[in-house]
Write a protein that binds this ligand. Structure first.
Ligand SMILES: C[S@@+](CC[C@H](N)C(=O)[O-])C[C@H]1O[C@@H](n2cnc3c(N)ncnc32)[C@H](O)[C@@H]1O
Length: 320
């Protein structure tokens, strides 16, 4: 295996403990502030490590097609009852899921919450309402009022997952359903030839170290079951779908997932890295020296690498 993949402890992988953040706060022409880091725009609070600019919005919409592919065209891994009425979408982004869901279920009232006002404004069905807020604030709905809560690809903006899940439990009706979807921050080997440590290239290890430094969990799925149980949920199921990296998939479904992954991974880490690295004092040229070859390095060294989309579903117990 390539040295670059094996050895994460080179100088390039040091954190920058004595440096100040390298991002800048900008005024937008429409008024309001945003953070700029490595050419991408982030929410001015500095709390959300996911950008909101046009590149990222495009990526979100390709990723939406990817998740639907994984679910064979469905919008949820959860099988929803026919009488579902109130749905909450956490971190709606462009609103594409909320809009398609509300079109599919015209009888529901669907509320989407996001900290950034980037939701589509055209072709929004009347049963969708978007609210601009931090999803870690109390939601504007009574306890026991929701049938289904959906949160997809919000890791990078949530500080307190157990707290978020406790609120979800409180706001769901008895028997209400929850679904969380995230792409894992891990690389796997389809042939099973490499040990786990070899599948953690330096950049990924660096990513994990820095995310601890900024106190942000980018991959909540390994701990999600424990948090859901603590909150009181039952019937917890995790379904993983293979997302091939590179060009090795044979069957039609995996090939389609691979093509969409190839579309989003070129910009994926570049898009997601900026604010975290800049908060830790990294200059853009230092980041550029370690980040852009990440996927090429993996594909050069592992014949059939993949990551995973993980769909976590759970239910609030029914009343006896
Ligand atoms: C990668 S996008 C995913 C969007 C959408 N869920 C989808 O799957 O198409 C993540 C979105 O979650 C939002 N988000 C993340 N953390 C948030 C928080 N704490 N409060 C509100 N919105 C948040 C971001 O602003 C961003 O629009």
């Amino acid at each position: 295996m390539d040295d670059q993949l094996k050895d994460p402890s080179t100088e390039a992988h040091d954190s920058r403990p004595n440096r100040k953040p390298t991002y800048v706060i900008q005024e937008s022409p429409e008024g309001g502030k945003y953070i700029e880091a490595y050419g991408h725009r982030y929410h001015h609070s500095g709390k959300i490590f996911l950008p909101f600019d046009e590149d990222e919005q495009k990526r979100m919409e390709i990723q939406h097609r990817l998740f639907r592919r994984c679910l064979n065209g469905a919008l949820t891994a959860t099988r929803l009852p026919l009488d579902v009425e109130h749905i909450l979408d956490l971190g709606s982004g462009t609103g594409i899921w909320a809009i398609e869901m509300a079109t599919r279920y015209p009888q529901v009232q669907l509320q989407g919450i996001d900290i950034s006002p980037i939701q589509r404004t055209s072709v929004v069905p009347p049963n969708v309402k978007f609210t601009i807020d931090d999803i870690e604030n109390p939601w504007d709905c009574p306890p026991g009022s929701l049938d289904f809560i959906h949160g997809r690809s919000i890791a990078g903006g949530v500080r307190d997952w157990p707290g978020l899940l406790r609120q979800a439990y409180e706001k769901l009706k008895p028997g209400g359903l929850l679904e969380l979807t995230e792409i894992a921050i891990s690389i796997h080997d389809f042939d099973g030839k490499f040990a786990d440590a070899e599948l953690c290239p330096g950049f990924l290890r660096l990513w994990r170290n820095l995310s601890k430094q900024v106190n942000m969990e980018f991959d909540p799925t390994p701990q999600a079951t424990e948090w859901l149980l603590e909150a009181g949920f039952e019937k917890i199921v995790q379904q993983s779908e293979i997302l091939p990296l590179g060009n090795w998939a044979q069957d039609e479904k995996l090939k389609a997932q691979q093509n969409l992954m190839n579309e989003i991974t070129s910009e994926h880490f570049v898009n997601h890295g900026g604010l975290m690295f800049a908060t830790c004092g990294w200059e853009k040229h230092e980041y550029d020296a370690v980040a852009p070859t990440f996927f090429q390095d993996i594909m050069k060294n592992i014949p059939r690498p993949y990551t995973m989309a993980v769909f976590t579903t759970a239910r609030k117990p029914r009343e006896n």
